[in-house]
Write a protein that binds this ligand. Structure first.
Ligand SMILES: Cc1cn([C@H]2C[C@H](O)[C@@H](COP(=O)(O)OP(=O)(O)OP(=O)(O)O)O2)c(=O)[nH]c1=O
Length: 207
């Protein structure tokens, strides 16, 4: 059976990661609205797994055999507090001020659903990120690029925000928004062999 991912995400980063992995996918709109999600857990792992599952479930209508729906959600956790996307520039400055010179965790939930087979895989990745100390002018300069505003924790490691990072421990792609090791694990559970998949002819992979 030919498999394909239906990506329940508007995130350009997640699309790029799948494209680079050569995975056949198309983007699906999800009706799930994370801002309207009432049962938001205080526990980061529970939260990102529930949001990832909600996003995927919200795009799981009219799915054909072999199609797997993928959802993900990323948060930053600093001293036990969950930092999502900043509301505005002032909050971005506040987030960056906290992260400066310290360590935090990036937690990304992932959900892979096989609606036809009635199976699901839900998991998460955790990466430790250490930031260098940065001055207020640097933070303001960075916010001025506009990059932090749509990103959990108010930075993007894959963009200009790279210069703020001293080092990481764990999966880099988990920080960008998709834990690729967990994705592979989920695919395996759904009976998809990644390398055999890549070898199949006639699959639009973008490579
Ligand atoms: C920490 C960090 C976060 N991010 C991004 C990943 C996520 O896209 C975003 C967190 O928001 P999410 O709600 O996880 O995702 P999204 O709204 O961008 O996309 P969708 O809900 O449609 O799937 O922050 C980076 O791009 N780089 C980073 O270094």
């Amino acid at each position: 059976m030919k498999h394909k991912i239906l990506l329940a995400s508007q995130s350009p980063r997640r699309k790029e990661i799948l494209r680079n992995l050569g995975i056949p996918f198309s983007v699906r709109q999800s009706w799930f609205d994370e801002d309207l999600c009432l049962e938001r857990s205080e526990d980061p792992v529970e939260l990102v797994e529930a949001l990832a599952r909600g996003k995927a479930a919200g795009a799981a209508e009219d799915v054909r055999p072999g199609e797997l729906v993928l959802g993900a959600d990323t948060v930053v956790v600093f001293e036990g507090r969950i930092l999502g996307k900043p509301r505005d520039r002032a909050e971005a400055l506040e987030f960056l001020g906290r992260l400066s010179g310290r360590e935090h965790l990036v937690v990304t939930g992932i959900a892979l659903l096989d609606p036809v087979g009635g199976r699901e895989f839900v998991s998460h990745g955790v990466t430790k990120v250490r930031m260098r100390p940065f001055a207020r002018e640097e933070m303001e300069g960075y916010i001025g690029t506009g990059e932090p505003l749509d990103k959990a924790g108010a930075y993007g490691i894959q963009g200009y925000g790279a210069v703020l990072v001293e080092g990481i421990e764990g999966d880099y792609f988990n920080v960008v928004g998709l834990p690729v090791g967990k994705l592979l694990e989920g695919l395996r559970e759904m009976g998809v062999d990644y390398f055999a998949w890549l070898g199949e002819k006639g699959m639009g992979s973008g490579h």
